[in-house]
Every structure is written in structure tokens, then in C-alpha cells.
Design a protein around this ligand. Structure first.
Ligand code: FAD
Length: 391
């Protein structure tokens, strides 16, 4: 669809869209653009994860909720993804003495879903490929681009470069977006980035006798005020446990015995479920990962480029809405395309106008829930209120 050129050329007639980043939001966005009938190409720096032996990346599973589902529905993917998710009707609070108390998310019929990140990404890429007007390019890392010309330079793993031109560039290249770098050089672009003092580490809780080690239809939480552990179920009957803790605390633990001592003190009921030997080893497998919150505005440059997903708004994961908000970006953009008859100058300006305040609100809520999940859910008042409200 797009021309790979040795020399840039401006002789293009047909409007084409380049989506930079084939992660969750980029892959879904490609479906949206293709469904509209536009020529779309995705440029992803990694190799094709559907063929890769090891898929590097962030959390193993994620919580999919209403706003994400709405966007999936729009491209006919909702049922497929929901059928491979595990409903979580409530939080399950683990107290220090091992007592478990559920706090429902809403009414009885309401739930969020635990879905496998890699599988979701693969399915969205495969769906994008079903459109004849969509093409996926892997091993294409964006190195540089020009907002004036809409010209991008990609570098391949063998060192070769490709110059690609598009009418619209959609930056879906994540929290450390290379597309966003150009925005930073421009006047009247607002930008802030905050690393929280906590890091996260993932640990696996295996099945016991072929069954889930804990009740599966819950998002399990061990809130310990200044830190916490959570666990989400997977289809293979494992749980992925994520320990969120200040980096200083992670660094204090340097031996297997110290890991067990720490878990004994803070999450004793989880030790037999994860397994003491596995804990001793898995804790040191990978260093704790950082979490960043990024806010910026506007999300667009003229009629040429727009940011979506984490590239526009990386949020801390405590509200479970990063991907969901990114998915919602796609549906909002699509609605505005309809409203403004695909007049890109008008669409992009309107998109920034309506979307920036909403995404900033999600970022603030996520930061608030950072305290809510590890501390407030612990308080007797919170448990009492939830009981009284019957939610
Ligand atoms: P990404 O998933 O980061 O994808 C960006 C893509 O761009 C990648 O494939 C990358 O390889 C590619 N790329 C990067 N640079 C370039 C380049 N220069 N050229 C070409 N390609 C490039 N969200 C939820 O909704 N629910 C949850 O429960 C949840 N849990 C989370 C738990 C943790 C621990 C973390 C860290 C995040 C969680 N999130 C959750 C947030 C969610 O992971 C992100 O919001 C989501 O991944 C954003 O998708 P994205 O496509 O915008 O970015």
C-alpha cells in the first residue's frame, strides 16, 4: 500500500495511514482504519510475535473492562476475546491471617475479564491482516520522522533503512514513543512524566492437582498499605501474581532466605501456593520493572500525526485502564472521522479537544487507585461501606 522509497517523493494520490507500533492499541487501530476502507500499514519494531519463541513485554495478563470491550465489539472481536477471558466478579482481599473477603466490582452480573496479553495482541494482528487494505510490517523500528512531510525513516535489524511516506501517521508506539519525541520539539506542546517510587515483579502460582490454587473468578489482592501483591487467573489454571513495592524494598531482599522471610511476614498464605523453592528463584529472575505516568497535550500535529494509547497517555496500572483507555481512543477517533467526513485537519484537532481531558482523568484516577488498592481496601470502613452498599 505504502511505498518504500530510497528517495522521498511527494507524488502520492491515495490517502494512506501509517500506524507506528503493532502492540495492543496499534493492532486494534489498524482494524478500525481498515474497516473504514483506508489503506493502512502497521510498522512494528519487534519481530512478529505470532512466530516468536519468546515474547518480551509487560504484564502477562490484563483486566479487560467495558470500554475496551466496546472498541473490540466495533471491529467484531468482542466475543472472540471475551470467550478466552476469565471473568473476575470481585476483588478478593487476603488479610495477613489468611482470611479472604470478597469486594464485588458492581452488581452480581458485572465483571471484568482477565485476558492474556500476548494472545490478545496476536489475535488483533491476525484480525488486521484479514483486511485486504491492511499490511503488517515487522522488524521496522521508527528512527526518525518529519511532521512537515509525513516522512518516516525505519531501521531494520540488518541495519538497512527504509523511508516511508504517509498522509496520516498514528503514533501507537507505547510509553516511550519515538513519534512523541518530535512533538517535544514543538512550541505549545505540554508534557509531563512521573515515575512512581514503586516497581513491579511478576511471579507464577502454578495449578494444584490440575486445578487453580485459589478461587479463579476473582482479582486477588494482598493489600499491605505501602505495598501490595495482586493475582489474576490464566486459562492454563495458573495465576500471575504481581508484587508492587517501592524499589528500596525490592533492593533490600538479596537472598532466597530473605524472600521467604519477607513472604512469611507479609503474604504467608501465598507461600505454599507459589511454592517456597520457586519463590526463592523466581524473585531474582528479573529485576523489578519501573512504572511511569505520562501526560501530554495536544495529541496531534496539524493534519499529519496523532498519538494514541500509551504514546499519548501512559498510566500507572492500578486502575486497570491503560489498554482499555487506549482501545477507547480508537473508537473515539473513528467516531470523529465519521463526524468530520475524514477531513484530517478537523478530525485531529477535534480528537485532541475531546480526548485529552478524558485521558488525563484516567491518568489521575489510576494514580488515586495506586493508594486505594494497597491501603484503602484494607480499612474496616471501606469493607463496611462496600457491605452496606451491597456492591
Ligand atoms: P504498547 O503495548 O507498549 O505497544 C507499543 C508497541 O510499539 C510495541 O509493540 C513496541 O514494540 C512498538 N514500538 C515501540 N517503539 C517503536 C518504534 N520506534 N518503532 C516501531 N514500533 C515501536 N491496562 C489495562 O487496561 N488493564 C490492565 O489490567 C493493565 N495491567 C497492566 C499491568 C502492568 C504491570 C502494566 C505495566 C501495564 C498494564 N496495563 C493495563 C496497561 C497496558 O499494558 C498498556 O496501556 C497497553 O499495553 C498500551 O498499549 P499500546 O499499544 O499503546 O502500547
Amino acid at each position: 500500500v505504502l511505498n518504500a522509497m530510497e528517495e522521498p517523493s511527494d507524488n502520492r494520490q491515495k490517502k494512506v495511514v501509517a500506524v507506528v507500533g503493532g502492540g495492543l492499541v496499534g493492532a486494534l487501530n489498524a482494524c478500525f482504519f481498515a474497516k473504514r476502507g483506508l489503506d493502512v500499514e502497521v510498522f512494528e519494531s519487534r519481530e512478529d510475535i505470532r512466530q516468536a519463541k519468546v515474547v518480551k513485554g509487560r504484564s502477562i495478563n490484563l483486566a479487560l473492562s467495558h470500554r475496551g470491550r466496546q472498541a473490540l465489539k466495533h471491529v467484531g472481536m468482542e466475543e472472540k476475546i471475551v470467550s478466552q477471558g476469565i471473568p473476575m466478579h470481585a476483588r478478593m482481599i487476603h488479610s495477613l491471617n489468611g482470611k479472604q473477603s470478597p469486594i464485588p466490582y458492581g452488581k452480581k452480573s458485572q465483571y471484568i475479564l482477565s485476558v492474556d496479553r500476548a494472545n490478545l495482541n496476536k489475535q488483533l494482528l491476525t484480525e488486521a491482516e484479514t483486511y485486504p487494505n491492511a499490511k503488517l510490517n515487522f522488524d521496522h523500528k521508527l528512527q526518525d520522522w518529519s511532521a512537515e512531510k509525513g516522512l518516516m525513516t525505519f531501521v531494520r535489524s540488518d541495519g538497512t533503512k527504509e523511508h516511508i511516506q504517509a498522509d496520516l501517521i498514528v503514533g501507537c508506539d507505547g510509553a516511550f514513543s519515538a513519534i512523541r519525541k518530535q512533538f517535544l520539539r514543538r512550541s505549545r506542546f505540554n508534557y509531563s512524566q512521573t515515575y512512581i517510587p514503586h516497581g513491579y515483579m511478576e511471579l507464577t502460582m502454578p495449578p494444584i492437582n490440575g486445578e487453580f490454587a485459589m478461587k479463579p473468578n476473582y482479582l486477588h489482592i494482598w493489600p499491605r498499605n505501602t505495598f501490595m501483591m495482586i493475582a489474576l487467573p490464566n486459562l492454563d489454571k495458573t495465576f500471575t501474581c504481581t508484587l508492587f513495592m517501592p524499589f528500596d524494598e525490592f533492593e533490600k531482599i538479596t537472598t532466597g532466605d530473605q524472600v521467604i522471610e519477607f513472604f512469611q511476614k507479609c503474604f504467608p498464605d501465598s507461600i505454599p501456593l507459589i511454592g517456597a523453592d520457586a519463590l526463592r528463584e523466581d524473585y531474582f529472575r528479573l529485576p523489578a520493572q519501573a512504572m511511569v505516568s505520562v501526560k501530554c497535550s495536544p495529541y496531534h500535529i496539524g493534519d499529519k500525526c496523532v498519538l494514541m494509547g500509551d504514546a499519548a497517555h501512559a498510566v500507572v496500572p492500578f486502575y486497570g485502564q491503560g489498554m482499555n483507555a487506549g482501545f477507547e481512543d480508537c473508537i473515539v477517533f473513528d467516531e470523529i472521522m465519521e463526524q468530520f467526513n475524514e477531513d484530517l485537519a478537523a478530525v485531529l484537532a477535534e480528537y485532541s479537544r475531546v480526548r485529552v481531558p478524558d485521558d488525563h482523568a484516567i491518568a489521575d484516577l489510576a494514580m488515586y487507585n495506586y493508594v486505594e488498592m494497597r491501603a484503602h481496601v484494607n480499612s474496616k470502613w471501606f469493607l463496611f461501606r462496600k457491605h452496606v452498599d451491597n456492591i
